[in-house]
Design a protein around this ligand. Structure first.
Ligand SMILES: [Zn+2]
Length: 532
């Protein structure tokens, strides 16, 4: 007998969650996420899956975020014809998120192809289209929390509320009689784990007594001061008042789902109580507008004591769904609030607003969540002096601020406690879904204190382990890797290149005069020639 796991995504520094479980009789996929971040990673979205989609019996989806669900339409287009099991909340969110992802891919590829044609290069086709995404929605089957169901013959599964997002789940899987002495082999896949005291979600729950735990580690290295609703609202209102004092807009690059609704709920409430000045709040994202509708429909499922439905209908809120409505926002000056996708500024309408406002020192950009390496949001967060948007260099004069209290993720101590509460964990903990420092931080935290160090594993992309042995046994995958291990770990060269060009421009502009500029240029040229 054999049960293997293949880390097809979310392994060491790689985004895009996807785990393949294989037995002699079937194959089960947990998540099928889009790779985000560097160009090397994004290229994986266009290449073939490391398995045959037609061979997969079913997909269990932890939650709707695109880095967990975003390749499902491609999976189906490439031959998968089984069911996708997900909670009702996840299904409702995916019904907007996936078509939106399809249309983003279509428009990105259309732009790329215009450039390719001009340079005489071959055209590329989108990873999948909006129509592919709409067609994929038929495969979804609703699952209740806390209820066993058959995932494939001989394998049952149960969803636990992960407290990360509307509908989010950790998934418990049991392979009948594949464990020690004929017992079931029990595995828990964390999905993304929410923090304690999250605005709209309960604290995460999950079972104990498992053979394996596969845990996310996004903020595994971070240790936040304890967050209470009061602290969160105080920090947010201080940021809003400071932006108001600067007499410019606040641009909030928004994660369209849940973060946006949390920010609106708090912001409207603060305005109603007079704790921040009232101003129009533009929700400038068709996706976030639709997600807000889904949140209103599910408002009874959120923490009691917050009238989500009423707050999300506030007259302060202005939905700008059409392009014309969105463009009209640019006429506003002075203090106003623009919430626009995407949260890491790598796509969406926020880029137009950043182009309009980044070079104004009275504007404020308020980052509200994780910024992946290689994204525009990360560059801003790192304090660069200029950025490139749609091929144009834009100086950064705006106030760049961040607020971490709305995180959708548990921090290091919370993840450690979450893993500890799953004990006994008999055979191993796999740490996934994190950049190097996060994985190292969480691994250091739990090794010995929570589980023996020898039982902590940090797999890299496409690693395969046999799980029925007393400890996970790595299988040789040398010839089956999509990326060389060193390529996975190294920061993409494209990022280094853009940072270098920005640094050169900054240095040349800072030179005293044209003669000084000439000297710098000659030195750089000599350095290049020395390389040849
Ligand atoms: Zn997530």
């Amino acid at each position: 007998m054999s049960v293997t796991i293949r880390f097809c995504g979310a392994a060491r520094t790689v985004t895009g969650s996807c785990f393949l479980f294989q037995t002699e009789t079937g194959r089960l996929l947990i998540d099928c996420g889009l790779f985000q971040g560097s160009k090397t990673l994004k290229a994986l979205n266009y290449s073939a899956f490391p398995f045959h989609p037609a061979d997969i019996d079913s997909v269990l989806l932890t939650h709707a975020h695109i880095d967990h669900s975003g390749l499902l339409p491609k999976l189906i287009r490439d031959g998968f014809h089984g069911p996708i099991m997900a909670t009702r909340g996840t299904i409702d969110l995916c019904s907007y998120l996936l078509p939106d992802a399809g249309s983003i891919q279509e428009s990105e590829v259309a732009m790329l192809n215009r450039r390719n044609t001009a340079r005489g290069r071959a055209e590329v086709s989108p990873i999948y289209t909006q129509a592919d995404a709409v067609a994929s929605l038929d495969a979804f089957r609703p699952i209740e929390y806390d209820t066993w169901f058959e995932a494939m013959p001989g394998v049952r599964a149960r969803y636990w509320n992960a407290g990360h997002l509307l509908g989010s789940a950790s998934i418990e899987i049991e392979f009948a009689s594949e464990g020690l002495s004929g017992k079931p082999l029990r595995i828990l896949v964390s999905g993304d784990i929410g923090p304690n005291a999250k605005l709209l979600q309960p604290d995460p729950v999950s079972p104990a007594g498992l053979d394996y735990v596969i845990s996310e580690s996004t903020y595994g290295h971070a240790e936040r001061p304890p967050i209470t609703p009061e602290i969160r609202r105080q920090h947010f209102s201080a940021e809003v008042r400071a932006a108001h004092a600067a007499n410019g807009p606040i641009l909030i690059p928004a994660f369209a789902v849940e973060r946006t609704q949390e920010l609106i709920v708090d912001l409207v409430d603060l305005m109603e109580r007079g704790e921040v000045p009232a101003a129009p709040i533009f929700l400038d994202s068709p996706l976030a507008i639709h997600a807000t509708e889904v949140f209103r429909q599910h408002s009874s499922s959120f923490n009691s004591g917050i009238d989500v439905d009423r707050l999300l209908r506030s007259p302060h809120l202005r939905f700008t769904e059409t392009v014309d409505e969105s463009k009209a926002i640019a006429k506003f000056t002075g203090f106003h609030i623009i919430i626009a996708a995407s949260g890491m500024c790598d796509a969406g309408r926020i880029r137009h607003h950043l182009k309009r406002w980044l070079w104004h020192k009275n504007a404020t950009v308020l980052l509200t969540g994780f910024q992946a390496q290689g994204t525009l949001g990360r560059f801003l967060d790192d304090g660069v002096k200029a950025v490139r948007i749609q091929g144009e260099e834009i100086k950064v004069a705006a106030r760049i601020r961040r607020i971490d209290e709305y995180s959708g993720h548990a921090d290091g101590p919370e993840l450690e406690r979450w893993i500890a509460a799953r004990r006994p964990i008999h055979r191993g903990v796999f740490l996934v879904h994190g950049e190097e420092p996060a994985l190292a931080g969480l691994s250091e935290r739990i090794a010995e204190r929570t589980v023996p160090a020898a039982k902590v594993f940090v797999p890299i992309l496409d690693d395969i382990y046999e799980l029925t042995t007393s400890a996970p046994t790595p299988i040789d995958v040398t010839h089956r890797r999509r990326l060389a291990p060193e390529a996975v770990v190294a920061l993409d060269w494209h990022n280094d290149m853009s940072k270098l060009i920005l640094a050169i421009n900054a240095r040349i502009e800072a030179a005293a005069d044209d003669r000084g500029r000439g000297v710098i240029i000659r030195k750089l040229r000599r350095a290049l020639e020395a390389e040849e």
